[in-house]
Design a protein around this ligand. Sequence first.
Ligand code: NAD
Length: 277
Amino acid sequence: MSTTKTFAADNDARPTCELTGKTAIITGSTSGIGLGIARSLARAGMNIVLNGFGTPDEIKATRSALPLARGRETIHDPADMSNADEIAAMVGRARNAFGSIDVLVNNAGIQHVEAIETFPPERWNAIVAINLTAAFHTTRAVIPDMKARSWGRIINVASAHGLIASPFKSAYVAAKHGLVGLTKSVALETAEHGITVNAICPGYVLTPLVQKQIPQTARARGLTEDQVVRDVILHAQPTRRFVTTEELGATAVFLCSEAAASITGAALPVEGGWTAQ
Ligand code: NAD
């Protein structure tokens, strides 16, 4: 774990808001959507626990570029989301560093695109572990503190594939549907404790996860990579454009706000109209 904390510049003059001084863990936040959400929560005044892979130089650069508010801090924790012991240790370290965990964003995820009959069992296991089981371990670790303070926000980054399916993504679709189910169940358990639990269901966002699956999808469907982008990815979304990490960061800030205190157990599509079709 990086123990050196990064502080915001003293001349930051942003007004305080309801999230100021609270602390968020965002899993898988060294890249893509998780990083976008971390940036938005930092801008809203929160302390940030980054998690995910990267070289020390990359992680240092990511931490330095976070738009932290005055007096706020960030740490990076390298816990592997496929390992229950590392997840428990990460939550413990975050609690030691900041005293409490107010917001948990379960975002870490991986993908593999292949027909079911040749889908490698070890890829299935890894996808279910990182995209679904990790959220069970993080959630059970943070709930006692949230209940004790009668306030908490848990956001699970599911997918449009938590609501509908596509071919050749059996493990991912199963894990994301499972994550939506976990969201609903924990929302019911915590509803009287000032805790909300929601899933965000993004459409396609142009991150390394999507860039890596373009050649896999081309192989699985017998298409060129250009055809995959035009006829599979953007064809799915009536807006015909990628969702942005900034849009997802703003959605997360809204779900953390008091204005969203009565939204719990929801699976919120942010997918350019994909699932309305
Ligand atoms: P990404 O590849 O850009 O980022 C994934 C992050 O997870 C990275 O920080 C990586 O280091 C981290 N990570 C991967 N395995 C990990 C592990 N074992 N332990 C800890 N961290 C790990 O991907 P992304 O597109 O930003 O995806 C983030 C989430 O959003 C995923 O859950 C994904 O399923 C979901 N999602 C993505 C899209 C999309 O189009 N990109 C759409 C819907 C949902």
